[in-house]
Design a binder for this molecule. Sequence first.
Ligand code: SD4
Length: 335
Amino acid sequence: MTTRRNAIGMGLGSALAATLVGKHTARAATPAPETALIVSTWDFGAAANAAAYARFAAGGSLLDAVEAGAQVPEADASNRSVGLGGNPDRDGHVTLDAIIMDGKGNCGAVAALENYVHAISVARRVMEKTPHTFLVGDGANQFAREQGFDATNLLTPESEKAWKEWLKTAQYKPVANIENRRGGALDHDTIGILACSPDGELAGACTTSGMAYKLHGRVGDSPQAGCGLFVEGGVGAAAATGVGEEVTRIAGSARVVANLRAGLSPEAACREAVEHIVRLRGSAVSGAQVGFVAIDTAGQVGAYALMPGFTLAITDRTGHTRVLPSKSLAGPEKG
Ligand code: SD4
C-alpha cells in the first residue's frame, strides 16, 4: 500500500528528477519525521525555508511557518528587495508590498507600506483583525501603527548610495535576474514561500520592496492575490517573482493554480503561464525575467521561468534543503 508519506516522497522525487538539477544541499538541525514541505523563490529562500520548517516542526501553524520564513529576508539588510535595506522608489521611499494566504480563502495584504520591517506580519493582521483583505499606503501605515508595530527607517546607507547613483541615469529598463545578482548595487530578491502540511493543507506568503526605483505609488504583482501569490485548498499554491507588471497582466499565480486544477503538473502549470506571457506580449518581454514556483496537495513541486537564472529552494519533509535551477523558455535549462 502506498502511504501518504510515500506518495509525497515519490511526488517530490519525480518532480525534481524531471525538472531540476541539484546545486547545493543543507540539512536542518532537527529533522522531524513528517512535517511541512516548503518551497520558496531564489537561493536566499533556503534560509527562509529553514525558519518556516522549524516553526512548523515546533508546533506552529502553516501560516506561522510561512510568516516566519518571509520574515527572514525582511530583516536581512543585505537583501535589497525585501524589507530592511530594500531598494527605494524613485523618490527615495522604501515601500513594501506583502500578502499571506491559506487554502481556505483567508488572505491579507498590504502595499506601499513604509517604515515597518515585517510587512508580512502587518498583512497577516489585516487578514486576522479586519474584515478586509488589502490595505495600502497611508491606511496601511496607520493600521500598522495602531497594531503596535515599531516604526523604523528602512533606507540603509548602502541602499541610499545605490539609489543616488541610479538617479544619475534613471534607467527604468528591467534587467533579467537582477533579483539574483549578488555583491553589487543591484541585488534584488523577492520571496514567495509556499508550504504544504503532512495532510495536504496549504499556505503561502510573498513579500517585497518591489521593483527598484519604481514610481512612487507603484504596486507590483506581489501583494495582489492571484498575481504574486495564490493558494487554493485541495488544489495547490503558486508564487511569482520577476517583473510584476508582466505577472499582473495574466493574474499569473491564479493561472498556475488553475492549471493545477486542470490536472497539469506543477512544472507544466508554471510553464503554461510563462508561455502565455510570451504569447500575449511577444518582444515586449524580451530581456525581462518572470519565474513561478508551484506546489500541489500531493507535495509535488515545480517551477518555470522566462529566462535562465531563476532558482528555487525546496525543503523536504525531513528538513533537507536543496537550491535548484528552474527550467526556462530561453537558454541552457530550456525544456
Ligand atoms: C515586483 N515581482 O514588485 C516584484 C519584484 C520581484 O524579485 O519579484 N523581484 O514587481
